[in-house]
Design a protein around this ligand. Structure first.
Ligand code: ADP
Length: 411
């Protein structure tokens, strides 16, 4: 009796140890307490071992299901039939910033943008009633109130008896797609505006040439005819300037970039040489300072030339007519991450309200402009192409300073 009690005792201890192992997840253990003599014990042992096998199978399938959930790169949410969240995968935490336990038993409404709420509710309802997959696009709202656009499928879930138990949501983050679409839309709007404005601006000198030609036809007076010829010449120049600028824009947008070491002194000197005979050049005092550590930069010479040419040309064009003290100061200095070019004039200046518009295409801030209104748009496009920035400071009636920052190490 004593022996059997102590034997029972050691067997109990063995069973206890075995169960501890199972509880710790070691499903490969096998219970071996029966020596073959006790039939009841043999049945109990077989029963326990069978349970362990089942436990092992369900645990493995749960673990593999979890790894499938977390292996999916889309948002995955399981809802019960009260549309409460029962399960989420890792992507929910990464994208929506909520942990699974924060969402457990919460209504799915917590994650949906208010204006999309009705749409999602109707989709869930239809998925239930029609018992088939539905798809829709809406916005999730993250813990930090950021909107994430998604394309989401809603599939009904059933228990083994065919009773519906909830809904599975699989949502793809379509932010990149939405952004790309927006960019495409912006580009298309810009192109439409460009075509509209370009045709309008090309048409106006052509119309005035046609009008003047009609007047010329009628005119018999030589002086009057001379005046009309001059007007035709002006309109032709304007047409030429618009077409040249459009060609430059095309080259900037579609041309290949060729980077090389560009020497500022050489570029500025050659620009000044090319415009030394333009109207007003002789009246201007040029002051060019290039710091020792900003002599040259690796850049696209053509674009840099286009930018500086337009800024200097404008500074001459928009000088104060009566002033004998017109100046243009050009200062090239080095920054930690690039160079700064300052072009300062004491010209007519740009009124506050117009400053934000001067970089727009075909925008002329003064009625005295004979240009295409494309110069600063070309400048801005070129600067962006070089990865730089441009800003202006201006006081109407006093002068304007353009501040151009270009990336790259100056030498
Ligand atoms: P435009 O062909 O008319 O010169 P831009 O695009 O080069 O076209 O310039 C747009 C407008 O900005 C000009 O019409 C002019 O009113 C103003 N502007 C540009 N540069 C200067 C400057 N340095 N001083 C004063 N106004 C300027």
């Amino acid at each position: 009796m004593k022996t059997s009690l102590s034997k029972d005792h050691s067997q109990l201890q063995y069973v206890q140890d075995f169960l501890t192992k199972i509880a710790e997840g070691d499903y490969n253990a096998k219970l071996l307490v029966n020596d073959g003599k006790d039939e009841k014990l043999a049945e109990v042992q077989a029963g326990i071992n069978m349970l362990v096998e089942k436990l092992k199978a369900t645990t493995i399938s749960r673990v593999s299901l979890d790894s499938i959930y977390n292996g999916i790169s889309d948002i995955l949410i399981v809802l019960n039939d009260k549309v409460e969240i029962q399960k989420t995968n890792q992507v929910v935490e990464t994208l929506l910033l909520y942990t699974e336990s924060e969402l457990l038993n919460q209504s799915i409404g917590k994650l949906i943008q208010k204006t999309d709420f009705d749409l999602v509710r109707d989709t869930i309802r239809n998925t239930y009633f029609e018992k088939k997959l539905h798809e829709t696009a809406f916005h999730f709202i993250t813990k930090e109130n950021k909107l994430i656009p998604v394309s989401c499928s809603f599939s009904p879930l059933y228990d083994p008896h065919g009773k519906s138990t909830g809904i599975l949501l699989i949502a793809k983050n379509i932010s990149t797609l939405v952004n790309a679409k927006q960019q495409l839309q912006d580009k298309s709007d810009e192109l439409n505006l460009f075509v509209y404005k370009a045709s309008h601006d090309l048409k106006s000198p052509v119309s005035s040439i046609k009008g003047i030609m009609a007047l010329l036809d009628e005119s018999k007076d030589l002086n009057e005819m001379k005046m009309y010829y001059k007007m035709v010449a002006d309109s032709t120049l304007r047409l030429d300037s618009i077409i040249s600028d459009l060609l430059i824009l095309g080259r900037i947008t579609y041309g290949d970039l060729e980077y090389e070491q560009v020497d500022f002194k050489q570029v500025i000197d050659s620009i000044l040489k090319s415009i030394e005979f333009v109207d007003g050049f002789k009246d201007i005092n040029f002051n060019v300072v290039i710091d020792d550590n900003a002599q040259s930069i690796r850049s696209e010479k053509g674009l840099l030339n286009t930018i500086l040419f337009n800024l200097i040309d404008n500074a001459i064009k928009y000088r104060q007519n009566k002033s004998e003290h017109s100046y243009i100061n050009i200062h090239v200095s080095s920054l930690d991450d690039g160079i700064l070019i300052k072009i300062e004039d004491n010209g007519i200046g740009i009124a506050d309200l117009q400053q934000a518009n001067v970089f727009k295409m075909f925008y002329r801030a003064t009625s005295t402009s004979k240009g295409s209104g494309l110069g600063l748009y070309i400048v801005k496009t070129s600067v962006l192409k070089l990865g730089g920035t441009i800003a202006l400071e201006s006081t109407f009636g006093k002068g304007t300073t353009f501040l151009l920052k270009l990336p790259g190490h100056a030498n």
